[in-house]
Unconditional design. Structure first.
Ligand SMILES: [Zn+2]
Length: 634
């Protein structure tokens, strides 16, 4: 058969198969302890990656800032794991596919048939492509939608520089809204990219090749030599400048932010060194931060080589640097060793929160670590009280849910205390050695909780018989809520006990506001003080507190956030005035969602909240819009 006939035959076969399967996504395999590395099945991807998988992709894109689209093509290089398997199913959502061609080994293009499967909402549509025998390269020409969920486009009026800005957020499953690919953390690939934007802006990516200055052509080239999963694909375009913080670290930000950001994050190089001392070589070349506009929906995103960071942690005193430590820590836990599906998210986040605490301890000492741990423990306990039993465990069945729902406190904080507990049982030296071995063993692989469990048993539980058991480990992994044994490591902080004491004496009228030694309190003590206040404060008390502490003018967004929540409760006018400007500027979900929810629940605030939301909406990321609307009951 010649190539054309083979392609036609393959198309017919594919259409028959597709007709039989009724466009349903491939049935998920059952996950279990017998799972091998890299073959975990992901219910949130249509890709049949056990049969054919992407090895490398080359992007060539033009960015149109006013039309809000990326247009161009991607060339996929494939590993034909099952050489006889004659189709490739990619994930896609809201993509306009113009053309698909196979590239023959001699470089000739061969048009191939393709079609979209049915629309599955947030999962998008499978893009089914006929894959002729012997073909290992495909070129797909496409354009993104202005509504692409994984991209946020901002006009000049919505940025600090006055120039347009675009950034991606691919985690958990939004890469498919800007590149047709196998959008699952189970598949890793290397990539290169050429991207053209307006000459007055600069393009950066989570990759090697970021320039330190805007060039004159508007064209930028990148290369990612380490294999990454799709959720770590990252691009941004804006009026960016660079400030060096060390030989392999630096900050990208819009000009108005750069000085404050470079000052706030000047410990970046030291943090990388601390990370290497703890868990081995940093394997990604440079580590830079990109400070995004305040509408960025998250605190940070661990895009490799270039983590994205919200400007809301620029507090002027470095007090919110735990978030930078967190994103950096992902260079080992998450980016180097990756959860194979979102049910295993705790593997990324639990290790990372543990690691973040270790970095903060190295930088600022045990007391700061204890204060942060206590905040994390108290927040987790509140969360566990408020959520369904099925969400109270580390390994969760998310097969019928939006993977967005994986992102809650449990995989982060309960995951962290699980890791803390293992360290507590075997001792720090033994545990650190184990972790270094773990990162080496699974480097650049995507693994399941069961892969981790088997490795832990072999390399830590068996050699340390009597210190911990697999039954205890399974309690942590598979049973809802914090196990009894967690209380062995319940964090305590003398500094917080002192705050509790002062708070109680003040609230009972024993001492005055002026007596509180609050000027000497750490940011974390302040957070503990505010979140522990009993009952509802009245507007008069809040006014008195503002006179003494000026909380409404706080530069620290974590403290300010708690104060704004209290302001809603108390219907406290100066706080509500600040809340309005805050909601119009900041799109970080951690803050906006609870604030809108509190407004919706308050006796007075729902209509006001909706009115503010309508004005803020154009500047919000699609994720923030979605969460805010849910919070407001829209
Ligand atoms: Zn994280």
């Amino acid at each position: 058969m010649n190539a054309t006939i083979r392609a036609a035959a393959a198309l017919l076969l594919t259409l028959l198969l597709a007709a039989c399967s009724g466009d349903e996504p491939p049935a998920p395999l059952t996950a279990g302890p017998e799972h091998r590395v890299g073959t975990g099945s992901d219910p949130h991807s249509f890709a049949e990656y056990e049969k054919v998988r992407i090895r490398h992709l080359s992007l060539d894109l033009d960015a149109d800032m006013s039309a809000r689209i990326l247009t161009g093509h991607v060339v996929l290089e494939l590993d034909r794991v099952e050489p006889g398997f004659q189709r490739l199913v990619l994930d896609s959502r809201d993509l306009n596919i113009r053309d698909v061609n196979a590239i023959r080994p001699d470089g000739e293009y061969l048009p191939v048939s393709w079609r979209f499967g049915a629309d599955h909402g947030h999962l998008g549509r499978p893009l089914v492509i006929v894959l002729p025998a012997g073909i290992e390269q495909l070129r797909i020409d496409y354009t993104t939608s202005p509504e692409a969920f994984g991209l946020q486009w901002l006009d000049g009026e919505q940025t600090s520089s006055g120039r347009p800005f675009m950034f991606s957020q691919s985690q958990p499953h939004y890469a498919r809204t800007w590149v047709p690919l196998q959008d699952t953390p189970a598949v890793r690939y290397t990539f290169d990219a050429t991207v053209r934007g307006p000459r007055e802006l600069m393009v950066v990516m989570g990759a090697a090749g970021n320039e330190f200055e805007r060039n004159d052509t508007g064209e930028y080239r990148f290369e990612m030599p380490e294999p990454i999963p799709s959720y770590l694909m990252a691009i941004a375009i804006g009026d960016l400048v660079f400030a060096e913080t060390g030989p392999r670290t630096g900050i990208y930000a819009e000009p108005p932010w750069i000085e404050a950001a470079a000052g706030e994050f000047d410990v970046l190089e030291e943090m990388v060194e601390i990370g290497e001392n703890l868990y081995g070589e940093y394997r990604w070349g440079r580590y830079d931060l990109l400070v995004l506009p305040p509408s960025f929906p998250f605190g940070g995103m661990e895009n490799p080589r270039l983590s994205y960071i919200t400007p809301t942690i620029i507090a002027g005193d470095g007090s919110l640097l735990a978030l930078v430590a967190h994103e950096l820590a992902h260079s080992w836990s998450g980016n180097l060793v990756t959860n194979a599906a979102w049910r295993d998210l705790w593997l990324n986040e639990g290790f990372t929160v543990h690691f973040e605490a270790r970095i903060m301890e190295e930088l600022y000492g045990q007391e700061v670590r204890d204060q942060l741990a206590k905040l994390s423990w108290d927040g987790l306990m509140d969360t566990l009280d408020a959520i369904d039993a099925r969400d109270r465990q580390l390994v969760r069945d998310l097969s019928d849910r939006d993977p967005e729902q994986a992102f809650m406190r449990v995989p982060y904080d309960m995951g962290r205390f699980f890791i803390d507990w293992i360290e507590h049982r075997v001792g720090r030296d033994v545990f650190d050695e184990f972790l270094r071995g773990y990162f080496d063993h699974f480097a650049f692989q995507s693994i399941t909780s069961e892969d981790f469990r088997a490795y832990l048993e072999q390399h830590l539980v068996v050699p340390n018989r009597g210190r911990l058991t697999m039954a205890e480990v399974d309690q942590w992994l598979y049973e809802p809520g914090m196990p009894e044994i967690a209380f062995e490591i319940r964090p305590e902080s003398d500094a917080f006990v002192a705050v509790d004491d002062w708070r109680e004496r003040w609230q009972s009228g024993e001492v005055d506001l002026d007596d509180l030694p609050a000027d000497a309190w750490s940011v974390y003590q302040w957070l503990h003080f505010l979140s522990g206040l009993e009952g509802r404060l009245d507007a008069e008390t809040m006014e008195a507190m503002d006179e003494r502490f000026d909380l409404v003018a706080q530069q620290n967004h974590e403290i300010l956030f708690l104060w704004l929540l209290r302001s809603i409760e108390a219907e406290y006018a100066p706080g509500i005035e600040r809340l309005e400007t805050f909601l119009l500027e900041v799109g970080r979900n951690k803050f906006t969602r609870p604030l809108y929810a509190a407004l919706a629940e308050s006796a007075w605030g729902r209509d006001w909240g909706i009115e503010v939301y309508e004005r803020a909406r154009p500047g919000y990321h699609p994720l923030t819009r979605q969460a805010s609307e849910r919070a407001l009951g829209l």
